[in-house]
Write a protein that binds this ligand. Structure first.
Ligand code: R5P
Length: 283
């Protein structure tokens, strides 16, 4: 069995190959002067391949399509695609007339494999657009190994969509959990509704699947600080950290933790073990 890594999530891929006791190979990926992508897969003999590549940002999606195309030249028994971070999963329907259903467009383009595995996809409903079998797993429990060092009293989800994640983490580190009510104002700002909160002198962790602009976490952390929270930690599976998100977050949070689905300066934990059991069942 071979774990083949694209240019995203190389640490994730390597960790996965170790967990599975599989061979590890990196595809050759280059950019032409006009920025088009070139990929080449070095020769290998394995018949079962696990390709790991993110569908984010856009350039990595094109790379993924080229990798899938290059793999057609190999006679494989099984090709499992692991997408640690599935981009475009937030638009699985039309909110306004004339919009693209982005999750559907990406799923249709990717379809060329036997099975797809995602990690904490924003909306599992987006997977219905794939015509191949799929499984979504979660890396939230894995964040627990790092978060537990902060002596946390309560895990807080910024909205009810993240409540299950706060609950999973709370159970893992043995603390309480709750959620707040978020209203999105625009692409970068949200308002978090005040709720009866007992966080005075408590250490709290804010849990979300994605941190993008940081707007959600900043608004939540601000509210928690106003309510007297002692330590405020932010954790997520996918740290996109768009633009100056980290700078904004560091004003309000004592620490920020993400997994390696997207490798960044806040990666503290590998999400690779989250997909191991699922892959073992498939190969
Ligand atoms: C949305 O519902 C997601 O779970 C995240 O809360 C959101 O993507 C975070 O975005 P931002 O960091 O830009 O507020």
């Amino acid at each position: 069995m071979l774990v083949l890594s694209g240019s995203s999530s190389k640490n994730f891929s390597f960790a996965l190959s170790k967990e599975l006791n599989a061979k590890y190979l990196c595809a050759e990926v280059k950019r032409f002067p006009d920025d088009e992508c070139y990929v080449r897969i070095p020769k290998f003999d394995d018949k079962k391949v696990i390709l790991v590549q993110n569908a984010y940002p856009d350039a990595k999606i094109v790379e993924l399509l080229l990798l899938l195309d290059a793999l057609k030249e190999f006679e494989l028994e099984k090709l499992i695609l692991v997408v640690p971070y599935m981009g475009y999963a937030r638009q699985d329907k039309k909110f306004n007339e004339g919009e693209a259903i982005s999750a559907r467009a990406i799923a249709k383009a990717i379809g060329n494999c036997d099975f797809i595995v995602t990690v904490d996809i924003h909306n599992p409903e987006a997977l219905k657009f794939f015509s191949i079998p799929f499984k979504n797993t979660t890396a939230i429990k894995l964040l627990g190994s790092c978060v537990k060092n902060f002596d946390i009293d309560i895990a807080i989800a910024p909205d009810d969509g993240a409540l299950e994640k706060a609950k999973l983490l709370g159970k893992e580190i043995n603390c309480k959990w709750t959620y707040l009510e978020k209203k999105r104002i625009d692409g970068t700002s949200v308002s978090i509704k005040q709720k009866k909160l007992d966080v005075k002198q408590k250490n709290v962790v804010i849990v979300d699947d994605i941190i993008s602009t940081g707007g959600t976490i900043v608004a939540t952390a601000e509210l928690l600080r106003k309510n007297g929270a002692k330590k405020v930690l932010a954790c997520c599976v996918h740290g996109l950290f768009a633009k100056n998100a980290i700078e904004k977050l560091e004003k309000w949070c004592d620490d920020i933790i993400s997994t390696d689905t997207i490798e960044n300066e806040k990666t503290r934990v590998s999400a690779a073990p989250a997909v191991v059991d699922c892959i073992r069942k498939l190969v």
